[in-house]
Ligand binder design. Structure first.
Ligand code: PA5
Length: 437
């Protein structure tokens, strides 16, 4: 197996001396993470050891086998933020965004926000299955066990399930939460199956725990390979030299110091867009913090954005190439695709666009990928390139782990705690106030 290819030297806009200096500041943090990988101490870095936890994975696999035996035709992942973004990212990259339309053994629906029309559309599809006498499975995921959107959606779908399975609806529910949370206690009372999220594992760092492994395993993702990929990245991400996570963090940090506060993940794959959204949450929620300095508020943070290639070259390409240089870009491309569609040869069309007749779409896409990087270079827009050898569980496991390490290193450099999200509480409190009126 190979590694993701990471290229940065000629294009990242930071010289190697500066990168070395910043990287050496990270030495103590690297040591702590190395200890966490080996499973000793430093519990706040629980994500680093997670893919190696065989016992935890075995519990997920046991639950997957038990619930697959019920032969569900649809799985509803009810969770939000760190509780569903990782699952969606891995699923879409590996199965494609049109997966549900390809008549798979188990369809998957993600119920996150409380958009009535969207939730209703899922509800109707599930009801159709239940009407046909088929079964469905609900996976309610909430670390805190008290997130408004998740609990509201869970209640909606539980009521539907109970309508069709009045006596044994509890069989079709798996609750993933912290042991002892209010949701845990309720699940025990209702006899729902339970998966415990490791206590020290933060929501947005939990994709390689039961939060992601259970739903992904249910829809056929090779969770062993996913974790193997992550483990292979562990070794690289705790070495003192040539550490891709440290280099990534150092580049982001150096550019942030140069007043480049935006990090755009530019993905040349429709199926990869959700991977960009997973990273957006990881970066945004982990690093956007309010520090106080000399009694004054000191907001810190890098703004993560996601762009889709080549679609967004026709929306924000002009801004990125001509506008102010406030963004640093990570281009993500996939080397080996799963299909080989070609443009047919229609003579009359040659006059419209030259040199595409008879060419594979991937060749055209590749030309655009090279073309945009050449343009960024000419216009001095800093970027790095990350290449997936293929869309496989192993490489996506590498990516997830690499990025979690990168964000923790970046948090250390910025002087923020990458595991909390104190300001999000504010909107939750305000919402609760309004709902209680
Ligand atoms: O990363 C985080 O901690 C958050 O994004 C949470 O995952 C999100 O707010 C959902 O929280 P919970 O899993 O407690 O329902």
């Amino acid at each position: 197996m190979r590694f993701l290819t990471y290229e940065y030297q000629q294009t990242c806009g930071v010289d190697s001396q500066q990168l070395t200096a910043i990287s050496s500041d990270l030495a103590p943090c690297i040591e702590e993470l190395a200890a966490a990988v080996s499973g000793s101490g430093h519990e706040q870095y629980a994500f680093a050891h997670m893919p190696q936890d065989q016992e935890h994975r075995a519990a997920c696999k046991k639950m997957i086998a038990a619930k697959k035996a019920l032969n569900p035709k649809a799985l509803v992942v009810i969770g939000i933020g760190g509780s569903n973004l990782g699952t969606l990212a891995v699923h879409e990259l590996l199965h494609g965004t049109l997966y549900n339309e390809s008549n798979p053994p188990i369809r998957i629906y993600c119920a996150d926000t409380v958009d009535s029309d969207y939730i209703h559309a899922i509800y109707l599809r599930l009801e159709q299955e239940l009407e046909k006498g088929n079964t469905i499975l609900l996976n309610i995921i909430s670390k805190s066990g008290s997130t408004t959107e998740t609990i509201a959606n869970a209640e909606v779908f539980l009521a539907l399930l109970r309508k069709y399975h009045p006596a044994d609806f509890h069989e079709y529910v798996v609750v993933t939460t912290d042991q002892g949370s209010a949701l845990w206690l309720l699940a025990e009372k209702e006899r729902f199956a339970l998966l415990a999220i490791p206590k020290k594992l933060g929501g947005r760092y939990s994709v390689l725990s039961c939060v992601g492994l259970f739903p992904l395993g249910m829809i056929g993702v090779d969770i062993e390979k996913l974790c193997e990929g992550a483990i292979s990245m562990n070794a690289l991400c705790v070495q003192q030299q040539d550490n891709p996570a440290v280099i990534g963090a150092a580049i982001n940090y150096a550019l942030y110091q140069k007043n480049i506060p935006i990090h755009d993940t530019f993905i040349f794959s429709v199926d990869g867009q959700s991977l960009g959204k997973w990273y957006r949450q990881l970066m945004g929620e982990s690093l956007g913090k309010e520090l106080s300095k000399d009694g004054k508020r000191n907001p810190v943070g890098i703004v993560p954005t996601v762009s889709l290639g080549s679609t967004d070259l026709h929306s924000v390409g002009q801004l990125y190439l001509g506008g102010p240089v406030r963004h640093f870009t990570t281009f993500i491309t996939i080397e080996q695709l799963n299909s080989d569609l070609q443009v047919p040869v229609f003579e009359n069309f040659e006059a419209l666009v030259a040199d595409i007749q008879g060419k594979p779409l991937r060749t055209i896409m590749h030309a655009i990928e090279i073309g945009i990087k050449a343009a960024y270079k000419k216009n001095e827009r800093p970027f790095v390139s990350l290449v997936f050898p293929a869309k496989s569980a192993y490489y996506v496991g590498q990516f997830l782990q690499l990025k979690m390490f990168e964000i923790v290193y970046l948090g250390y450099l910025l002087g923020v705690d990458p595991f909390d999200q104190p300001n999000v509480e504010l909107y939750k409190q305000e919402t609760r106030k309004i709902l209680s009126q």
